[in-house]
Design a protein around this ligand. Structure first.
Ligand code: PBG
Length: 322
């Protein structure tokens, strides 16, 4: 008889036949950095995750480096917002200051910036508004200014998250024309208009004041369209393709893994984090095991890289198991 249980009998044999593993090398940790001083503000719907100012950030970064997490993804929260989000390309904006601070004091840490406008615009949308909607091509011009400013500040990689058409091409050209041809781009290639971003919008203060993001982010019903989006980003030269959210979109992660020879990333978003934390706090699930199992499912689906608020906790679990 074929008996599959033979290879499950002991931990020794289970280790030998284990197909997928989560490692610290897979993880990117998001950071919320707010303009101001003395800020260390816990985000209510994301227990354990805080907003930091540049003078308190060392507490978090010391821990991130000690845990050997390879990379961080930065989000900036400015004090002043305006119609177009012009602080995003100000060389002294909060992002640019944060990049310089981290690269100077933690040179080994790989710094990625989320390139968008929603935290910086008074209306909370991801670009320039014309006729009650985001103007795609006007936004591309500002995106180019933003990435060049991040590049000058010394960022290691940029990750545009706004879902404007032609983003990768516009950014690649802008970087190449200013000598930053070596700077990689991680595309938020297949990003859905998702309710799972709820807690993030509190964290980053970026909820739209009117309408929603369904004219630029994807309809959760669509799978073929995800391939189309990824094809465009691949052709335009994105170095890494990302799927977002992760847990409810494992099919999309696998589609990309099967069809592209670029590294695939996924974003384990705020709502996914909040659900696990809330259920664990009630004692309804084993939070640590659910965390490890859900991140492992992303690896199994085909993700090479996972952006997750759990990064520090995962690092601690993996260190314990060594
Ligand atoms: C900005 C951006 C968002 C997230 C990452 N970048 C919010 C949005 O698109 O509304 C969500 C991240 C999360 O929920 O953890 N465009």
């Amino acid at each position: 008889m074929n008996r599959t249980r033979r290879l499950r009998k002991t931990e020794g044999i289970r280790r030998l036949v284990r197909e997928n593993k989560l490692t610290i090398d897979d993880l990117i940790y998001p950071l919320f950095i707010e303009e101001g001083t003395n800020i260390e503000k816990e985000i209510v719907s994301m227990p354990g995750i805080k907003r930091w100012s540049l003078d308190t950030l060392h507490k978090e970064l010391d821990e991130v480096v000690a845990l050997d997490i390879p990379a961080v993804l930065l989000f900036g929260i400015p004090t002043e917002k305006d119609e177009i989000g012009k602080e995003t390309w100000d060389d002294n904006g909060i992002m640019q200051q944060a990049i310089r601070y981290i690269k100077k004091n933690y040179p080994s840490l790989y710094v990625i910036t989320d390139v968008c406008f929603c935290e910086y615009t008074s209306h909370g949308h991801c670009g320039v508004i014309h006729n009650n909607d985001v103007d795609n091509d006007a936004t591309l011009l500002n995106l180019a200014k933003q990435v060049i400013s991040h590049a000058k500040a010394g960022v290691d990689m940029v990750a545009p998250s706004g879902m404007m058409d032609g983003t990768i091409q516009a950014i690649r050209e802008a970087l190449d024309n200013t000598g930053f041809y070596d700077l990689p781009i991680m595309g938020y290639s297949v990003k859905y208009a998702s309710a799972f971003y709820g807690p993030f919008r509190d964290a980053a203060d970026s909820a739209p004041t009117f309408g929603d993001r369904r004219t630029y982010q994807m309809d959760p019903s669509n799978r073929d369209e995800g391939m189309r989006e990824a094809n465009f980003d691949d052709a335009e030269g994105a170095d890494i393709l990302m799927v977002k959210p992760a847990m409810s979109y494992l099919d999309i992660i696998r589609d990309l893994k099967n069809n592209f020879d670029r590294p695939i990333a996924c974003y384990n978003v705020s709502g996914e984090y909040a659900m696990v934390k809330a259920a664990a706090a009630k004692g309804w699930i084993d939070g640590e095991r659910v965390m490890m199992e859900s991140l492992l499912s992303m690896k199994r689906a085909g993700a090479d890289i996972i952006i997750t608020y759990f990064a520090k906790e995962v690092a601690k679990v993996l260190a314990r198991k060594k």
